[in-house]
Design a binder for this molecule. Structure first.
Ligand code: SAM
Length: 330
């Protein structure tokens, strides 16, 4: 059989996603009573479930106008022609659809383009590879599996994957809600050089009243598709769906509000991972999901606290999605 580039792929795995590391993190997190977001995208099954949620509920998929917001920010960002090799590094690339649009807007020949789909989920990096590979040579796509919150040396990996002089464009789409700002923003600052471009997008809380605005968007989370996706994690560790109840609520965290989902066990449970046991008592909650929802002001403040500055932004008419071009301020 003759393989083409589309059916064999070289994937780089950062040590933060080696199996023993993942297993230790999972056991420690369950014992603490929470699930780090990265475990919600782990398997191919979970990836499919999330892509389904995304397709049905994400403003970028259901509101045509949101796409024009991305278009406007890319058009602003790439108004000049750069005839030099350029690499787009998609941090938390997901299915790669937004990165594909970003790449299509770059005003340079495709022969000069490179793409690094970077995600905690290998399945996502490969789906993004397929998506971008519709218009870019597979030889110029370098999937990188890593945990962004646990990696401090990604620079070294980018230098190995892209060993030539190039302009760098980072995307960080839909990532702000699921990562702790004080943990991820210093890493983002360190990763991005002064002359790199960084594009960030976030689901926002529309309206003047932060609390009421977030209450109004709760149904975007508390729905069957999201429940199926979140429960697929529990099924993966041997918990049955009827071993407890999944409930969504709104919680303050510092100055921010976030939507949180807890699974409350209705009977005691012993979970076995490798040779370790984790026990949950009846009525014990396990925090399985959180999503920070920002306003433009809270996002701007968080970024500035970490020396990242919004230099151009566009907000959808619904006020529910914002796309930002960001630079290091120092
Ligand atoms: C909400 S999705 C956004 C996907 C895509 N950027 C988009 O906007 O459509 C979050 C993505 O981040 C990835 N992810 C979650 N935690 C991560 C982590 N700690 N490091 C790297 N990727 C992570 C998930 O696998 C998922 O693909």
């Amino acid at each position: 059989m003759r393989y083409t580039h589309s059916n064999s792929a070289n994937v780089t795995i950062h040590p933060s996603q080696f199996p023993d590391v993942i297993q230790r993190q999972l056991i420690a997190a369950l014992r603490r009573g929470d699930v780090p977001p990265k475990f919600l995208y782990d398997s191919v099954y979970q990836t499919q479930k999330w892509l389904n949620v995304h397709q049905i509920h994400s403003p970028s998929q259901i509101d045509q106008e949101v796409n024009s917001v991305y278009d406007s920010v890319f058009d602003f960002g790439f108004n000049q022609v750069h005839e030099m090799e350029s690499a787009l590094i998609g941090l938390g690339c997901g299915g790669g659809k937004k990165d594909a649009i970003c790449l299509s807007k770059l005003k340079i020949g495709s022969g000069l383009l490179h793409y690094v789909p970077c995600d905690v989920s290998q399945a996502m990096t490969l789906i993004a590879r397929e998506e971008v590979g519709k218009n870019l040579d597979f030889n110029k796509i370098y999937p990188l599996v890593c945990d962004l919150s646990e990696s401090d040396n990604l620079e070294e990996f980018f230098d190995i994957l892209l060993p030539f002089n190039h302009k760098r464009i980072f995307t960080f789409f839909g990532m702000i809600p699921n990562l702790e700002p004080n943990l991820i923003l210093p890493k983002l600052f360190k990763m991005v050089r002064k002359d790199d471009d960084l594009f960030i997008s976030a689901n926002l809380v529309p309206g003047e009243n932060y609390q009421r605005g977030i209450e109004n968007i709760l149904p975007q989370y508390d729905n069957q598709e999201t429940r199926d996706w979140l429960l697929s994690f529990l099924i993966g560790i041997g918990v049955a769906v009827d071993d407890g109840d999944l409930n969504f609520c709104i919680e303050p965290e510092g100055e921010l509000l976030r939507i949180v989902a807890y699974f409350r066990f209705s009977r005691s449970q012993v979970i076995r991972i490798n040779n370790e046991t984790i026990t949950f008592e009846s009525e014990q909650p396990l925090r399985i999901f959180y999503s920070y929802r920002h306003t433009v002001n809270t996002l701007n403040k968080c970024l500035l606290e970490h020396d990242l500055k919004i230099i151009f932004s566009k907000i959808s008419k619904s006020g529910e999605e914002g796309v930002f071009k960001v630079k290091r301020s120092v």
